[in-house]
Ligand binder design. Structure first.
Ligand code: PXL
Length: 277
């Protein structure tokens, strides 16, 4: 069992991005640079570069569940998050495995559901059955739900064109079951700043941040949700972990870099210690 000298650990249940910008690669990099040991349940392998998603193979649902149960049986998971879940069958297996592993809003391990619906190129990462399964099976189990504005539209039908509708969306999403909702405002390009809205069922909090002028934002949503998860694994309250996530992703976007022909990744390098000279 885990020794007191071990760092906290967090689990990501996510897909692989061969381009290394988003998905489990972004999550593990974020966990590492946030001082958290990364555990992984891989859901799918995407064949991806900056030009698009060219193919994909989903992991059998029992193997996804097996990964969650294996790490939970052996290690102390401080917090867990989801990314690409690929299919309704995988979502069902994740819901059952999380119940067994004590992961969820009313369980020991806080559960961040990042409702990843499409790649940044617009390729769907699950279908209508996946969306229904996400809404019915995972949202009621979520400690925190972290949608971007496209995912808000899919889950609630609300088309966000201004900050006011982000508040309406947060209320509508909270009714679907998560303990906390964090609506990411990065896609609201009409807003000069990048403001996320948090809602706990009673109070709203704004997480303000600058909007950096860079085209290289691939993996920004994953970085926000995984830094928040790392904060929870380190024992932070939701409010503190949300501020920590916002701080992390703001810096990651500020240090993003070109890689490949199109949109490059946000960076986690800014948090590495300088090399010894
Ligand atoms: O950024 C969301 C995301 C998550 N997971 C995988 C992805 C993407 C976006 O491209 O490819 C595997």
């Amino acid at each position: 069992m885990t020794d007191a000298s071990a760092p906290p650990a967090a689990l990501t249940i996510a897909g692989s991005d061969s381009g290394g910008a988003a998905g489990l690669q972004a999550d593990l990099r974020t966990f590492l640079t946030c001082g958290v040991h990364g555990l992984v349940a891989v859901t799918a392998v995407t064949v991806q570069n900056t030009l698009g998603v060219h193919g994909r193979s989903d992991v059998p649902p029992d193997v996804v569940a097996g990964q969650i149960e294996a790490v939970a049986a052996d290690m102390r998971i401080g917090a867990a998050k989801t990314g690409m879940l690929a299919s309704a069958e995988i979502i069902e297996a994740v819901a059952v495995a999380c119940d067994k592993a004590d992961i969820g809003r009313d369980a020991r391990v806080p559960f961040v559901v990042d409702p990843v619906a499409a790649s940044m190129h617009g390729h769907p990462l699950f279908d209508d059955a996946g969306l229904a399964a996400l809404r019915d099976r995972l949202l009621p189990r979520a400690t925190v739900l972290t949608p971007n504005l496209d995912e808000v539209r899919l889950l609630t039908g609300i088309e966000v064109t201004g900050r006011e509708q982000m508040y309406d969306a947060a209320v509508a999403l909270h009714r679907l079951g998560p303990r906390y909702v964090l609506v990411k405002g990065g896609h609201l390009v009409s807003d000069a700043d990048c403001v996320d809205i948090c809602y706990d069922g009673a109070e709203f909090t704004e997480l303000p941040g600058p909007r950096h002028a860079t085209p290289h934002t691939h993996g920004a949503g994953d970085a926000m949700a995984s830094a928040l998860t790392a904060g929870l694994a380190r024992g932070m309250s939701f409010q503190r972990a949300a501020r920590f996530g916002k701080w992390f992703v703001t810096n990651a976007v500020a240090h993003s870099y070109p890689m490949g022909a199109k949109v490059g990744p946000v960076s986690a390098f800014w948090r590495l210690a300088p090399e010894e000279s």
